[in-house]
Each structure stands twice: as structure tokens, then as C-alpha cells.
Ligand binder design. Structure first.
Ligand SMILES: NCCC[C@H](NC(=O)CCC(=O)O)C(=O)O
Ligand SMILES: NC(=O)OP(=O)(O)O
Length: 317
């Protein structure tokens, strides 16, 4: 695997899910795969799970890791091409990426959208420029448009928790005080659409419809109760408005996932990528219930990352 920015970079989704499960069953068996290899993790934004689980994954594979909060500890990065660099930005992304790839065999990058300008955000230029200027393979640690390591961990979690040949998976918008990126739901939809054992239904208020590039043929409804009926999995996430890009338009708390909402499902499991605002996105009762998979998902982030790094290291040999 030469890069991991979206599901399209994966040759066989079933195979990579199987690989994550295989590593999870016996992580000690992979300790030599990444021997003498260096992973660099670059964060333009905060992280808990991605940062720690990817380091843990690297250690399972015997890799060394360097982590940098590039927004706080590095020089301010210029991303525009051909500009006269006489502002406060001291280093160009093209130089930084090329230099870092001399130190690192694989580079992970996290870069959120600005939520100011859809066209600029959806160009995903920081991630794409890293691919262009770094000589090492790039792993997205969540870009402006997608969060593929999360989606892979989510698919692993769904497969572990249901044998049904067709699982009804509901991606539901939920309230939040801030405007959040669309990367997690975009990516989740894209991965679910590639899984032949998933029927995806998306529910959100009017004005929150995600781009068909990601949602494909998934059914969409603004009626959350109707969507939740007989669901096997409820994947909650806030994202900012799509018609009024980057804005909080709906503050309707009736979209919060509560026990009453979960009662509409077929003993459905609750999922969220975390971090989650408790009693805003979903109630404590749901999050702490037996049907909550939030900790399993977070745990599977390690094995999702290990499967991706393993595939990249295989390619290197
Ligand atoms: N990596 C998982 C989610 C990251 C980000 N969440 C956040 O920014 C939450 C921040 C807050 O709750 O204020 C998002 O939605 O894409
Ligand atoms: N789910 C997830 O990516 O969490 P972090 O933002 O804490 O890495």
C-alpha cells in the first residue's frame, strides 16, 4: 500500500479487516515486521486515540516512532505554492515534507478542515501535498474530508459484533455546541458502502446532507425515528451544516441518542468515534450501557493502524 487516505487506497477491504483481526488475536507475532523502520506522526490538530493507538500499533510491529505537534512545535507552515514568503510563515510544506521523509519510512498526518471555505477544505491540500512532496508513504490520521483509520476500526468492530449477513447500520447526525468537520461521517459512509454485509441508512436534519461522493446509494431520511427502526448499529456523529458550510444551523436536542431512541432499534449497538460530549450527542445511559461499543472501537484503532502499517511495510520489502 503506497498511501492510505481513503478506502480507495485499499485493494481488498475484507482482507484488511481480516488482517486487523489477525494482528489483534496475536500482536506479539509481528514484532519484526517493522524492525529498524521509523514512523513519523505529525499533528496539526489535537488527538488522543489516533496519537496513542498508532504509536501502540507501531510498537506491535517493532517500529520506532517520532511524534510532532507540528502546529505548536514546528515552524509555521506555508502551503501556497510560489508565494513570496515574507509573512509569519517560516517553512514551506514542500520542504518540510521532503525533509521529514528522510527521517521516516512512513508518515502519518492529521489535518482538520478550516470550516471556512468548502472548496478549499475539500481540496484536502495539506494531505495531498504531503503525498506529493514526501518520499515516504502517507497515512491519513484524519484529513479535512476523511478519517479512514477510524472507519476501518469501525468496520472491524461491526464485524466482531454481528454475524448477520446484512446488518442495518444507521449513521445519525447528533447535536453539538460547535461546528465539527464532516470527515468522520464522510469516511464512515464510504467504508460502509464497500461492505457487502452492510445496509447503510443516513439520517440528519435538512441542510446536513453529506456529499453523494461519499454516501453513494445509501438511503437518506430526515426522520431519525424511522431510520432507527430495527437498526443493528447506531453510529452517532455531529457534523457541521453542508448547505451553510461549517455552520451550526440545527440545535435541536431531540436528535440526541437516548435510551428511548435506542429502544426503536433491534437491540442495536451504539457507536461513536470519540471524543464525545456526554448528554449532548448521546446520554450517559446509552454510552455506559451494555450495547455501547465506544471502548471497543477505540481499542480497534490500534489494530486498524497495525494492519495499515503492516501492509505498507510489506510493500516496502
Ligand atoms: N477524531 C475524531 C473526531 C475529531 C473531531 N472532533 C472534535 O473536534 C470534537 C471537539 C469538541 O467536542 O469540541 C471531528 O469531529 O472530526
Ligand atoms: N477518534 C479519534 O480519532 O480520536 P482522537 O481525535 O482523539 O484521535
Amino acid at each position: 500500500m503506497e498511501k492510505f487516505l481513503s478506502v480507495n487506497d485499499v485493494q481488498d477491504v475484507n482482507e484488511i479487516v481480516q488482517s486487523a483481526l489477525k494482528i489483534k488475536a496475536n500482536p506479539e507475532a509481528y514484532g519484526d515486521v517493522g524492525k529498524n523502520k521509523m514512523l513519523g506522526l505529525l499533528f496539526f490538530n489535537p488527538s488522543l486515540r489516533t496519537r496513542l493507538s498508532t504509536q501502540r500499533a507501531a510498537r506491535h510491529l517493532g517500529m520506532d516512532v517520532m511524534v510532532m505537534n507540528i502546529d505548536k512545535d514546528g515552524w509555521k507552515i506555508e502551503t501556497e505554492d510560489g508565494v513570496v514568503m515574507d509573512s509569519d510563515k517560516a517553512e514551506h510544506l514542500k520542504d518540510a515534507a521532503a525533509v521529514i521523509s528522510q527521517y521516516c519510512d512512513i508518515i502519518g498526518v492529521r489535518s482538520f478542515p478550516s470550516l471556512q471555505n468548502k472548496e478549499e477544505d475539500y481540496a484536502d491540500s495539506i494531505m495531498k501535498d504531503f503525498v506529493k512532496y514526501a518520499k515516504s508513504p502517507i497515512v491519513s490520521l484524519e484529513s479535512a474530508t476523511r478519517h479512514p483509520l477510524q472507519s476501518l476500526a469501525d468496520l472491524v468492530t461491526i464485524r466482531e459484533n454481528s454475524d448477520k449477513p446484512k446488518k442495518k447500520v444507521v449513521l445519525t447526525w447528533a447535536p453539538h455546541p460547535r461546528a465539527l468537520p464532516q470527515a468522520v461521517p464522510n469516511s464512515f459512509a464510504e467504508w460502509m458502502n464497500t461492505a457487502d454485509d452492510v445496509e447503510l441508512i443516513i439520517t440528519a436534519p435538512e441542510g446536513y446532507e453529506l456529499d453523494p461522493e461519499f454516501t453513494g446509494n445509501a438511503k437518506f431520511t430526515t426522520n431519525q425515528d424511522e431510520a432507527l427502526k430495527d437498526a443493528d448499529f447506531v453510529y452517532a456523529k455531529n457534523w457541521s451544516s453542508t448547505t451553510e458550510y461549517g455552520k451550526v444551523v440545527c440545535k435541536d436536542n431531540s436528535w440526541q441518542i437516548t435510551e428511548e431512541k435506542m429502544a426503536l432499534t433491534d437491540n442495536g449497538k451504539f457507536m461513536h468515534c470519540l471524543p464525545i460530549r456526554r448528554n449532548v450527542v448521546a446520554s450517559d445511559a446509552v454510552l455506559d450501557s451494555e450495547n455501547s461499543l465506544i471502548l471497543e472501537e477505540a481499542n480497534n484503532r490500534t489494530f486498524a493502524a497495525a494492519a495499515v502499517l503492516n501492509a505498507m511495510l510489506e510493500k516496502e520489502d
